[in-house]
Design a binder for this molecule. Structure first.
Ligand code: ASP
Length: 351
Protein backbone atom coordinates (compact mmCIF):
# COMPACT_ATOMS: atom_id res chain seq x y z
CA UNK A 1 0.00 0.00 0.00
CA UNK A 2 2.81 2.36 1.03
CA UNK A 3 4.64 1.68 -2.18
CA UNK A 4 1.49 2.32 -4.25
CA UNK A 5 1.05 5.67 -2.48
CA UNK A 6 4.70 6.56 -3.02
CA UNK A 7 4.43 5.56 -6.67
CA UNK A 8 1.31 7.71 -7.13
CA UNK A 9 3.03 10.65 -5.47
CA UNK A 10 6.01 10.23 -7.78
CA UNK A 11 3.81 10.18 -10.88
CA UNK A 12 1.95 13.32 -9.74
CA UNK A 13 5.25 15.08 -9.07
CA UNK A 14 6.67 14.00 -12.40
CA UNK A 15 3.57 15.15 -14.29
CA UNK A 16 3.62 18.47 -12.54
CA UNK A 17 7.15 19.19 -13.81
CA UNK A 18 6.71 18.91 -17.56
CA UNK A 19 5.75 16.30 -20.10
CA UNK A 20 9.33 15.72 -21.20
CA UNK A 21 10.41 15.01 -17.65
CA UNK A 22 7.54 12.62 -17.12
CA UNK A 23 8.48 10.79 -20.30
CA UNK A 24 12.01 10.43 -19.01
CA UNK A 25 10.76 9.20 -15.65
CA UNK A 26 8.77 6.51 -17.44
CA UNK A 27 11.71 5.52 -19.58
CA UNK A 28 13.99 5.39 -16.54
CA UNK A 29 11.89 2.53 -15.23
CA UNK A 30 12.72 0.38 -18.21
CA UNK A 31 14.85 -2.57 -17.47
CA UNK A 32 17.20 -3.53 -20.21
CA UNK A 33 15.77 -6.14 -22.54
CA UNK A 34 19.19 -7.78 -22.46
CA UNK A 35 18.52 -8.98 -18.94
CA UNK A 36 15.61 -11.05 -20.08
CA UNK A 37 17.56 -12.43 -22.98
CA UNK A 38 20.73 -13.25 -21.10
CA UNK A 39 21.67 -16.88 -20.70
CA UNK A 40 19.18 -18.22 -18.14
CA UNK A 41 20.65 -19.60 -14.92
CA UNK A 42 21.21 -23.28 -15.34
CA UNK A 43 21.85 -23.04 -19.06
CA UNK A 44 25.56 -23.45 -19.22
CA UNK A 45 27.46 -21.18 -21.54
CA UNK A 46 31.12 -21.78 -22.14
CA UNK A 47 31.98 -18.10 -22.63
CA UNK A 48 30.14 -14.81 -22.29
CA UNK A 49 30.89 -11.21 -23.27
CA UNK A 50 29.01 -7.97 -22.62
CA UNK A 51 29.96 -4.59 -24.07
CA UNK A 52 28.71 -1.02 -23.85
CA UNK A 53 29.33 2.16 -25.81
CA UNK A 54 27.85 4.53 -23.24
CA UNK A 55 24.56 5.23 -21.47
CA UNK A 56 22.66 8.43 -22.15
CA UNK A 57 19.82 10.11 -23.97
CA UNK A 58 19.79 7.85 -27.02
CA UNK A 59 16.25 7.90 -28.42
CA UNK A 60 14.96 7.01 -31.86
CA UNK A 61 14.26 10.70 -32.44
CA UNK A 62 17.73 11.87 -31.45
CA UNK A 63 19.83 9.37 -33.41
CA UNK A 64 20.12 9.43 -37.19
CA UNK A 65 19.69 6.22 -39.18
CA UNK A 66 23.28 6.53 -40.22
CA UNK A 67 24.58 6.67 -36.63
CA UNK A 68 22.20 3.90 -35.56
CA UNK A 69 23.63 1.60 -38.25
CA UNK A 70 27.25 2.63 -37.67
CA UNK A 71 26.95 2.00 -33.93
CA UNK A 72 25.37 -1.43 -34.39
CA UNK A 73 28.06 -2.34 -36.87
CA UNK A 74 30.81 -1.29 -34.45
CA UNK A 75 29.20 -3.11 -31.51
CA UNK A 76 28.99 -6.27 -33.63
CA UNK A 77 32.61 -5.88 -34.75
CA UNK A 78 33.68 -5.58 -31.10
CA UNK A 79 31.66 -8.70 -30.20
CA UNK A 80 33.20 -10.56 -33.16
CA UNK A 81 36.70 -9.66 -31.98
CA UNK A 82 36.01 -10.87 -28.43
CA UNK A 83 34.23 -14.01 -29.57
CA UNK A 84 36.96 -14.90 -32.00
CA UNK A 85 39.39 -15.05 -29.06
CA UNK A 86 37.13 -16.82 -26.57
CA UNK A 87 35.78 -19.48 -28.96
CA UNK A 88 39.37 -20.54 -29.57
CA UNK A 89 40.08 -20.96 -25.86
CA UNK A 90 41.62 -17.49 -25.56
CA UNK A 91 41.68 -15.64 -22.24
CA UNK A 92 39.07 -13.15 -21.03
CA UNK A 93 41.61 -10.31 -20.76
CA UNK A 94 42.57 -10.54 -24.44
CA UNK A 95 38.90 -10.50 -25.44
CA UNK A 96 38.28 -7.36 -23.35
CA UNK A 97 41.22 -5.50 -24.88
CA UNK A 98 40.33 -6.55 -28.45
CA UNK A 99 36.70 -5.40 -28.10
CA UNK A 100 37.58 -2.09 -26.44
CA UNK A 101 40.30 -1.31 -28.98
CA UNK A 102 37.72 -1.48 -31.77
CA UNK A 103 35.39 0.91 -29.92
CA UNK A 104 38.28 3.26 -29.03
CA UNK A 105 39.23 3.51 -32.71
CA UNK A 106 35.67 4.40 -33.75
CA UNK A 107 34.74 8.14 -33.65
CA UNK A 108 31.11 7.29 -32.77
CA UNK A 109 32.08 6.51 -29.18
CA UNK A 110 33.45 8.76 -26.47
CA UNK A 111 36.74 6.92 -25.99
CA UNK A 112 40.03 7.00 -27.89
CA UNK A 113 39.44 8.58 -31.31
CA UNK A 114 35.95 9.92 -30.47
CA UNK A 115 36.86 11.41 -27.08
CA UNK A 116 35.01 14.55 -26.02
CA UNK A 117 36.79 17.86 -25.38
CA UNK A 118 37.66 19.55 -22.11
CA UNK A 119 36.92 23.19 -21.37
CA UNK A 120 40.45 23.97 -22.58
CA UNK A 121 39.58 22.17 -25.86
CA UNK A 122 41.89 19.25 -25.23
CA UNK A 123 41.17 15.53 -25.09
CA UNK A 124 42.03 13.86 -21.77
CA UNK A 125 41.44 10.14 -21.69
CA UNK A 126 40.85 7.71 -18.81
CA UNK A 127 40.83 3.89 -18.83
CA UNK A 128 41.04 0.93 -16.49
CA UNK A 129 41.35 -2.83 -16.59
CA UNK A 130 40.90 -5.58 -13.99
CA UNK A 131 41.72 -9.26 -13.94
CA UNK A 132 39.27 -11.20 -11.76
CA UNK A 133 41.52 -14.25 -11.36
CA UNK A 134 44.48 -12.33 -9.97
CA UNK A 135 42.42 -9.51 -8.38
CA UNK A 136 44.95 -7.24 -10.03
CA UNK A 137 44.25 -4.02 -11.91
CA UNK A 138 45.75 -1.14 -13.87
CA UNK A 139 44.52 2.28 -14.98
CA UNK A 140 45.51 5.56 -16.62
CA UNK A 141 43.94 8.98 -16.11
CA UNK A 142 44.14 12.25 -18.03
CA UNK A 143 46.33 11.00 -20.89
CA UNK A 144 46.50 12.95 -24.14
CA UNK A 145 48.58 11.00 -26.66
CA UNK A 146 48.10 7.27 -26.09
CA UNK A 147 46.14 5.92 -29.04
CA UNK A 148 44.54 3.08 -27.05
CA UNK A 149 44.39 3.92 -23.34
CA UNK A 150 42.92 0.49 -22.51
CA UNK A 151 46.21 -1.12 -23.57
CA UNK A 152 48.09 1.28 -21.30
CA UNK A 153 45.78 0.34 -18.41
CA UNK A 154 46.54 -3.35 -18.83
CA UNK A 155 50.26 -2.59 -19.15
CA UNK A 156 50.15 -0.66 -15.86
CA UNK A 157 48.80 -3.83 -14.24
CA UNK A 158 51.24 -6.18 -15.93
CA UNK A 159 54.42 -4.14 -16.16
CA UNK A 160 54.41 -1.68 -13.25
CA UNK A 161 54.12 -2.06 -9.48
CA UNK A 162 51.21 0.44 -9.47
CA UNK A 163 47.50 0.53 -10.21
CA UNK A 164 46.82 4.10 -11.42
CA UNK A 165 49.15 6.38 -13.40
CA UNK A 166 48.13 9.84 -14.58
CA UNK A 167 49.13 12.55 -17.08
CA UNK A 168 52.71 12.90 -18.30
CA UNK A 169 53.97 10.00 -16.19
CA UNK A 170 51.38 7.63 -17.65
CA UNK A 171 52.34 8.81 -21.15
CA UNK A 172 56.06 8.21 -20.48
CA UNK A 173 55.24 4.76 -19.15
CA UNK A 174 53.12 3.93 -22.24
CA UNK A 175 55.99 5.00 -24.48
CA UNK A 176 58.39 2.78 -22.56
CA UNK A 177 55.99 -0.11 -23.19
CA UNK A 178 56.13 0.53 -26.96
CA UNK A 179 52.44 1.39 -27.06
CA UNK A 180 51.32 3.53 -29.98
CA UNK A 181 51.72 7.25 -29.28
CA UNK A 182 49.88 9.74 -31.49
CA UNK A 183 49.84 13.49 -31.88
CA UNK A 184 47.00 14.84 -29.66
CA UNK A 185 45.37 16.18 -32.86
CA UNK A 186 44.56 12.53 -33.73
CA UNK A 187 41.66 12.77 -31.25
CA UNK A 188 40.13 15.86 -32.85
CA UNK A 189 36.66 15.10 -34.20
CA UNK A 190 34.90 18.28 -35.42
CA UNK A 191 31.45 17.36 -34.06
CA UNK A 192 32.96 16.88 -30.58
CA UNK A 193 34.68 20.27 -30.82
CA UNK A 194 31.41 21.89 -31.85
CA UNK A 195 29.73 20.19 -28.89
CA UNK A 196 32.18 21.56 -26.31
CA UNK A 197 31.86 25.08 -27.74
CA UNK A 198 28.10 24.83 -27.38
CA UNK A 199 28.44 23.45 -23.85
CA UNK A 200 30.83 26.28 -22.93
CA UNK A 201 28.39 28.87 -24.23
CA UNK A 202 25.65 27.31 -22.11
CA UNK A 203 27.98 26.81 -19.14
CA UNK A 204 27.11 23.13 -18.86
CA UNK A 205 29.19 20.02 -18.28
CA UNK A 206 27.71 17.12 -20.19
CA UNK A 207 28.41 13.48 -19.97
CA UNK A 208 28.86 11.67 -23.19
CA UNK A 209 29.27 7.93 -23.14
CA UNK A 210 32.22 5.66 -22.50
CA UNK A 211 33.03 2.17 -23.76
CA UNK A 212 33.50 -1.03 -21.82
CA UNK A 213 33.69 -4.80 -21.99
CA UNK A 214 33.39 -7.68 -19.54
CA UNK A 215 34.30 -11.22 -20.57
CA UNK A 216 34.23 -14.63 -18.94
CA UNK A 217 36.33 -17.23 -20.72
CA UNK A 218 35.97 -21.01 -20.98
CA UNK A 219 38.06 -21.48 -17.84
CA UNK A 220 35.77 -19.25 -15.79
CA UNK A 221 38.17 -16.33 -15.64
CA UNK A 222 36.60 -12.87 -15.71
CA UNK A 223 38.17 -9.61 -16.93
CA UNK A 224 36.68 -6.14 -17.29
CA UNK A 225 37.77 -2.88 -18.89
CA UNK A 226 36.45 0.66 -19.40
CA UNK A 227 37.72 3.58 -21.51
CA UNK A 228 36.44 7.14 -21.90
CA UNK A 229 37.03 10.74 -22.88
CA UNK A 230 35.04 11.68 -19.77
CA UNK A 231 32.62 14.59 -19.77
CA UNK A 232 32.31 17.34 -22.37
CA UNK A 233 33.55 20.66 -20.96
CA UNK A 234 35.21 19.07 -17.90
CA UNK A 235 37.98 21.20 -16.37
CA UNK A 236 40.74 21.28 -13.78
CA UNK A 237 41.99 17.87 -14.93
CA UNK A 238 38.77 16.29 -13.74
CA UNK A 239 38.97 12.51 -13.66
CA UNK A 240 35.79 10.44 -13.61
CA UNK A 241 34.91 6.94 -12.49
CA UNK A 242 36.22 5.11 -15.55
CA UNK A 243 39.82 4.74 -14.32
CA UNK A 244 38.75 4.13 -10.70
CA UNK A 245 38.80 0.45 -9.77
CA UNK A 246 35.63 -0.38 -7.83
CA UNK A 247 33.68 2.51 -9.42
CA UNK A 248 34.10 2.26 -13.22
CA UNK A 249 35.53 -1.25 -13.43
CA UNK A 250 35.66 -4.34 -11.27
CA UNK A 251 36.27 -8.07 -11.75
CA UNK A 252 36.32 -10.96 -9.31
CA UNK A 253 36.20 -14.58 -10.47
CA UNK A 254 34.07 -15.49 -7.43
CA UNK A 255 31.30 -13.04 -8.28
CA UNK A 256 31.27 -11.00 -11.49
CA UNK A 257 32.88 -8.40 -13.73
CA UNK A 258 31.41 -4.91 -14.20
CA UNK A 259 32.02 -1.92 -16.48
CA UNK A 260 30.16 1.34 -15.77
CA UNK A 261 28.98 4.31 -17.80
CA UNK A 262 27.23 7.44 -16.61
CA UNK A 263 27.70 10.43 -14.33
CA UNK A 264 31.11 9.53 -12.94
CA UNK A 265 30.96 11.51 -9.72
CA UNK A 266 28.01 9.37 -8.57
CA UNK A 267 29.68 6.14 -9.66
CA UNK A 268 32.74 7.03 -7.59
CA UNK A 269 30.74 8.02 -4.50
CA UNK A 270 28.62 4.87 -4.65
CA UNK A 271 31.55 2.57 -5.58
CA UNK A 272 29.13 1.12 -8.11
CA UNK A 273 31.14 -1.67 -9.73
CA UNK A 274 32.40 -3.05 -6.43
CA UNK A 275 29.01 -2.64 -4.78
CA UNK A 276 27.42 -5.03 -7.30
CA UNK A 277 30.08 -7.65 -6.63
CA UNK A 278 29.79 -7.12 -2.86
CA UNK A 279 26.01 -7.61 -2.88
CA UNK A 280 26.51 -10.95 -4.61
CA UNK A 281 29.31 -11.89 -2.26
CA UNK A 282 27.88 -10.83 1.10
CA UNK A 283 24.15 -10.97 0.46
CA UNK A 284 24.01 -13.86 -1.97
CA UNK A 285 22.10 -11.79 -4.53
CA UNK A 286 21.98 -12.91 -8.15
CA UNK A 287 23.76 -10.75 -10.75
CA UNK A 288 20.46 -9.40 -12.00
CA UNK A 289 19.21 -8.51 -8.51
CA UNK A 290 22.48 -6.89 -7.44
CA UNK A 291 22.99 -4.83 -10.60
CA UNK A 292 19.37 -3.66 -10.72
CA UNK A 293 19.41 -2.76 -7.05
CA UNK A 294 22.45 -0.54 -7.49
CA UNK A 295 21.47 1.10 -10.80
CA UNK A 296 17.69 1.29 -10.62
CA UNK A 297 17.29 1.84 -6.88
CA UNK A 298 20.35 3.25 -5.10
CA UNK A 299 21.75 5.37 -7.94
CA UNK A 300 18.41 6.42 -9.30
CA UNK A 301 17.30 7.65 -5.88
CA UNK A 302 20.52 9.64 -5.61
CA UNK A 303 20.01 11.17 -9.07
CA UNK A 304 22.98 9.36 -10.59
CA UNK A 305 22.31 8.64 -14.25
CA UNK A 306 23.96 5.74 -16.02
CA UNK A 307 24.23 2.01 -16.40
CA UNK A 308 26.49 -1.02 -16.20
CA UNK A 309 27.22 -4.17 -18.12
CA UNK A 310 28.03 -7.22 -16.03
CA UNK A 311 28.87 -10.89 -16.51
CA UNK A 312 28.89 -13.29 -13.55
CA UNK A 313 30.97 -16.36 -12.85
CA UNK A 314 28.38 -18.62 -14.54
CA UNK A 315 28.16 -16.47 -17.67
CA UNK A 316 24.88 -14.71 -16.81
CA UNK A 317 24.67 -11.22 -18.29
CA UNK A 318 22.90 -8.14 -16.97
CA UNK A 319 22.87 -4.63 -18.43
CA UNK A 320 20.64 -2.34 -16.33
CA UNK A 321 20.60 1.40 -17.02
CA UNK A 322 18.46 4.19 -15.63
CA UNK A 323 18.90 6.41 -18.72
CA UNK A 324 16.67 6.41 -21.82
CA UNK A 325 19.27 4.44 -23.79
CA UNK A 326 22.58 2.64 -23.66
CA UNK A 327 24.68 1.32 -26.53
CA UNK A 328 25.11 -2.32 -25.53
CA UNK A 329 25.57 -5.86 -26.73
CA UNK A 330 26.41 -9.37 -25.65
CA UNK A 331 27.56 -12.66 -27.07
CA UNK A 332 27.79 -16.18 -25.68
CA UNK A 333 28.39 -19.48 -27.43
CA UNK A 334 24.57 -19.74 -27.64
CA UNK A 335 23.41 -16.33 -28.87
CA UNK A 336 24.20 -12.65 -29.39
CA UNK A 337 22.41 -9.33 -29.56
CA UNK A 338 22.91 -5.58 -29.69
CA UNK A 339 20.59 -2.77 -28.62
CA UNK A 340 20.56 1.01 -28.31
CA UNK A 341 17.24 2.25 -26.95
CA UNK A 342 15.75 1.57 -23.53
CA UNK A 343 12.59 -0.12 -24.73
CA UNK A 344 14.17 -1.86 -27.68
CA UNK A 345 13.61 -5.54 -28.20
CA UNK A 346 16.99 -7.14 -28.42
CA UNK A 347 17.94 -8.37 -31.86
CA UNK A 348 18.85 -11.79 -30.67
CA UNK A 349 20.53 -14.07 -33.13
CA UNK A 350 20.97 -17.74 -32.30
CA UNK A 351 24.32 -19.25 -33.15
N1 ASP B 1 31.48 7.77 -16.68
C1 ASP B 1 32.14 8.70 -17.56
C2 ASP B 1 32.73 9.80 -16.73
O1 ASP B 1 32.09 10.28 -15.82
C3 ASP B 1 31.24 9.30 -18.60
C4 ASP B 1 30.16 8.42 -19.17
O2 ASP B 1 30.20 7.21 -19.06
O3 ASP B 1 29.21 8.96 -19.76
O4 ASP B 1 33.83 10.22 -17.02
Amino acid sequence: MKSILMGTLFVILALSCNSEASMDAKKYNNKSSLEKESAPTGESVSYAVAIHGGAGYQTKESISNETDLAVRKALNAALDAAENILSKNGVAGDAVIAAIEILENDPNFNAGKGAVFTNEERNELDASYMDGAKMDAGAVGGVTNIKNPIKAARAVMEESPHVLLTGKGAEEFAKSQMLEIVDPSYFKVQSRLDAVRKAKARKEVKKHGTVGCVARDKNGNIAAGTSTGGMTNKRWNRIGDSPIIGAGTYANNNTCGVSSTGHGEFFIRYAVAHDISALMDYKGMSLEEASNHVINEKLKKAGGEGGVICVDKDGNISTPHNTPGMYRGYVTDKSRGVAIYGDEELQKVEH
